[in-house]
Design a protein around this ligand. Structure first.
Ligand SMILES: [Zn+2]
Length: 57
């Protein structure tokens, strides 16, 4: 599980992780602290995004 959640959200989506592990995925994206300047996704942790930017500040 630790390996999985260190992947980017883009990689998880490609693997079908979001559909098969929806509840776990929700924990990766809320409460969102960062968003991705490439794909527009938001996430709790910056390492889940390919080009992270802090939402606050
Ligand atoms: Zn991205």
């Amino acid at each position: 599980m630790d390996d999985i959640i260190e992947k980017t959200l883009c990689a998880l989506q490609e693997e079908g992780f979001i559909e098969s592990n929806t509840e776990t995925f929700k924990k990766l994206i809320q409460p969102a602290n960062y968003f991705c300047k490439n794909c527009g996704r938001s996430a709790v942790n910056d390492y889940n995004l390919c080009n992270p930017e802090e939402l606050s500040g």
